[in-house]
Design a protein around this ligand. Structure first.
Ligand code: URP
Ligand code: ZN
Ligand code: ZN
Ligand code: ZN
Length: 460
């Protein structure tokens, strides 16, 4: 069957122009005018975008004795509602466990449940030699990126010896190392200091993880990548201290890449100081920062020091989950729900606010992440690519609220925000998954995507 998206303004990573999009089966067949098809979708007055790629999500993630509360069904339904048509989620190796077991566990949860296509990164938390030896199997199976954590001491954190081992192995297997940059030892020290002084409320989460702690770890991570002659992707960059390290490394010609996440562009450290423990709703790591960092992040995106804007979607209910940290901020599960609102917020608060163009939005939210993470058929509206398409109405006004969102979480960090712009239709491989305010797909139609290897040049 063929479908024609007619009358919209097509936006790519380089251009915006009026054209129709012809879909045949699961793929884009042509972009142009004078095309016809079995069925038409009216896109007049709308932007037509490649479906967004969210390369940083945590669905059903174990954290601090609980689990993030969106599973692959609810989380990918929410993604679809928000114009995201492909995610790359993190498998987490258990300490002492194998990568194979972790892979099987995550496939078990995702396969048959997802509404949109998905890939996996492998987070290595215990890089013993036998685990390192398994990395090649991951790459062969299309899991071509590996995350290490320099924070969460005693849980997910690796030391520099293990980090180096992961970097070195990708020199043999191929694959991109991603890194969470915070000095985990420093964090533990500051956490103890805060708690000993009776400073137990959510705002001390941010106090115990200041920007210097992120900047130091970013600089150290870059050094380790440089020594091992490997590219590196810095996840969830929040602040000037970290951006400066990445920019300086790129200026030296190093293949260092990075992303920020929407929460760092729109929320601030002041949100952690909300009364009645509501600050816990804003606890994530690295923490939200002072507002002045937002301009630095936008500049880094404009200059190419950062390439992507993801969500780091990792939702925990306020009741019973965030509340685990009442009286002890170190026990608040870390993470924010965001998977559903990225496109609308980027359009309203970044494009309409004049921080970026809609072409930039596509480059940072779809095309760039697709290229870096080896999603060869995602992130572009061009013949041969998957027909993952968003018909986005830039005029419709609505209010973000937990009472209407699709995400399976009892609050929304953007509650009450009045925004303009919303998907009208979302297509995944040619099939409508969201139309006129409703997710219309069945769980299980989304497919696992084997990703290719991103191998930028590394000068020696
Ligand atoms: O607070 C966050 N970011 N939670 C998810 C885990 C991580 O560090 O990405
Ligand atoms: Zn489910
Ligand atoms: Zn992280
Ligand atoms: Zn994350």
């Amino acid at each position: 069957m063929s479908r024609l998206i007619r009358g919209g303004r097509v936006v790519t990573a380089t251009d915006a122009f009026d054209a129709d999009v012809l879909i045949e089966g699961e793929s884009i067949a042509a972009i142009g005018t004078g095309l016809s098809a079995d069925e038409e979708i009216d896109a007049s007055g709308c932007l037509v975008l490649p479906g967004l790629v969210d390369n940083h999500t945590h669905l059903s993630m174990p954290f601090g004795g609980t689990w993030s509360c969106d599973d692959y069904d609810t989380g990918t339904a929410a993604a679809a509602a928000g114009g995201t048509t492909c995610i790359v989620d993190f498998i987490i190796q258990y300490v002492g466990g194998s990568l194979k077991d972790a892979r099987e566990e995550w496939h078990g949860r995702a396969d048959g449940a997802a509404h949109i296509d998905y890939g996996f990164h492998m987070a290595i938390t215990d890089a013993q030699p036998n685990v390192i030896a398994e990395m090649g199997d991951c790459v062969e199976q299309g899991i071509t990126s590996f995350k290490v954590f320099m924070a969460y001491k005693g849980a997910l954190m690796v030391d520099d010896e293990q980090f180096l081992a992961v970097l070195e192995e990708t020199g043999k297997t191929g694959g991109l190392v991603m890194v969470h940059c915070e000095n985990g030892d420093a964090v533990v020290r500051y956490q103890k200091e805060a708690m000993a002084a009776g400073n137990t409320s959510p705002k001390y989460h941010a106090w115990s993880r200041p920007p210097e702690v992120e900047g130091e770890a970013t600089g150290r991570a870059i050094r380790l990548a440089e020594w091992t002659k490997r590219p590196l992707f810095v996840v969830h960059v929040t602040c000037e201290e970290s951006v400066n390290e990445i920019r300086a490394a790129r200026d030296r010609g190093l293949p260092i890449f990075g992303e920020t996440c929407i929460q760092y562009l729109y929320l601030t450290v002041d949100d952690l100081d909300r009364p009645d423990f509501e600050g816990a709703k804003y606890v994530c790591s690295p923490p939200l920062r002072e507002e002045k960092n937002q301009a630095v992040l936008y500049q880094a995106l404009r200059q190419g020091a950062l390439q992507g804007i993801s969500t780091d979607h990792c939702p925990f209910n306020f009741k019973e989950q965030k509340e685990l940290g009442l009286g002890d901020f170190t026990k608040i599960p870390n993470g924010l729900p965001a998977i559903e609102h990225r496109l609308t917020l980027l359009y309203d608060r970044s494009v309409r606010a004049g921080h970026m163009s809609v072409v930039d939005l596509v480059r940072h939210g779809s095309w760039g992440p697709a290229r870096i993470f080896g999603l060869d058929k995602k992130g572009a509206l061009a013949p041969g690519f998957d027909a993952d398409v968003v018909v986005f109405d830039p005029d419709v006004k609505h209010t973000i609220s937990a009472s209407t969102h699709v995400m399976n979480v009892d609050y929304d960090p953007f509650e009450g925000w009045e925004v303009q712009g919303k998907p009208r239709f979302v297509l995944s491989r040619g099939e409508t998954v969201y139309a006129d305010g409703k997710v219309v797909s069945e769980p299980g139609r989304g497919r696992f995507v084997k990703r290719s290897i991103f191998e930028p040049a590394v000068a020696s």
